[in-house]
Design a protein around this ligand. Structure first.
Ligand code: PAF
Length: 289
């Protein structure tokens, strides 16, 4: 039976009870408006742990002043139905005043990581993400926490924080789930009109172009990014926030492609900002003599 907990004192008590019986806890932090991407994380957590906890919390600290905090889709009843169907044990759904009580003023700063890529255009976003994830880790005390690769910079920030602060949790990153045309699933896709949904395919097409150029031996990242820009700008409703090929740990832009680099982009389709990425790989040529 799924239990929905809203109070910090109750989630603490619940986790204490689970830990007493030495149950392992898999944790999937979310902001709700769940889709197959979230459910793929939940299913993995279900496979690998005795108990599964999912948090649903639209975290005000990770939204900028002019961003979509108010508008962000909130679909709690449907989310709980889906999670109950997946055999989730606990949903933690606090409200903002419960998570950020009067006088709250702590921040988690990830120097050199938080101000690159999305962080450049969304100042304060990754501090907001890091602090809420740390708070949730402290409350839920998971053995394994699951995140999707779609939010690539977020995964880098969280892995770094866990390592830097010696947090006792294994972080697992699972592949991006896409619809049949290749559009990465995102709660924000709900903002797109039918035409915009078609336009949004330019993100995955540009990423695929990057991989196909690497397959033909192109190594210069500037050349790859230029070809990607052509694909994006040929789509009327698209504007580029950034396209970059980066080192997967430092997020530094590369000049020459190395296997394992990540090509990452943020594109506005109309008013909706979408992100996506893929890990670039080199095809190994096997020679039979
Ligand atoms: O990826 C998300 O949905 C959020 O950034 C997270 C990790 C739940 C923190 O609010």
């Amino acid at each position: 039976m799924l239990s929905v907990i809203t109070a910090i004192k109750d989630i603490k008590q619940c986790i204490k009870t689970l830990k007493k019986t030495q149950r392992t806890i898999g944790f999937v932090p979310t902001m709700g408006a769940l889709h197959e991407g979230h459910l793929s994380l939940v299913r993995q957590a279900r496979k690998e742990n005795d108990k599964v906890v999912v948090s649903i919390f639209v975290n005000p600290l990770q939204f900028g002043k002019n961003e979509d905090l108010k508008q962000y889709p909130r679909t709690l009843d449907n989310d709980c139905k889906l999670l109950s169907h997946e055999g989730v044990d606990v949903v933690f759904h606090p409200d903002a005043s419960e998570m950020y009580q009067d006088g709250f003023c702590t921040s988690v700063i990830l120097e050199r990581l938080e101000d690159k890529l999305c962080g450049k255009l969304r100042p304060g976003h990754f501090r907001g993400v890091a602090v809420i994830v740390l708070k949730l880790f402290n409350l839920i005390k998971p053995d394994i926490a699951y995140f999707g690769q779609k939010d690539f910079q977020q995964t880098v920030v969280i892995k770094r924080m866990v390592s830097d602060l010696h947090i006792d949790v294994t972080v697992k990153i699972l592949p991006t789930i896409r619809d049949e045309d290749g559009l990465a699933l995102s709660s924000r896709n709900a903002y797109l009109s039918e035409t915009e949904k078609k336009d949004a395919l330019c993100l995955f097409n540009a990423l695929r172009k990057a991989q196909s150029l690497v397959n033909t031996g192109v190594e210069n990242t500037e050349e790859i990014v230029q070809e990607m820009e052509k694909i994006i700008t040929s789509c009327q409703s698209a504007t580029i926030d950034y396209i970059s090929i980066v080192n997967p740990e430092t997020l530094e832009a590369e000049q020459k492609v190395h296997s394992g680099n990540v090509v990452t982009l943020a594109i506005r389709i109309g008013k909706t900002r979408l992100i996506d990425n893929i890990i670039l790989f080199f095809i190994m040529a096997v020679l039979f003599m």
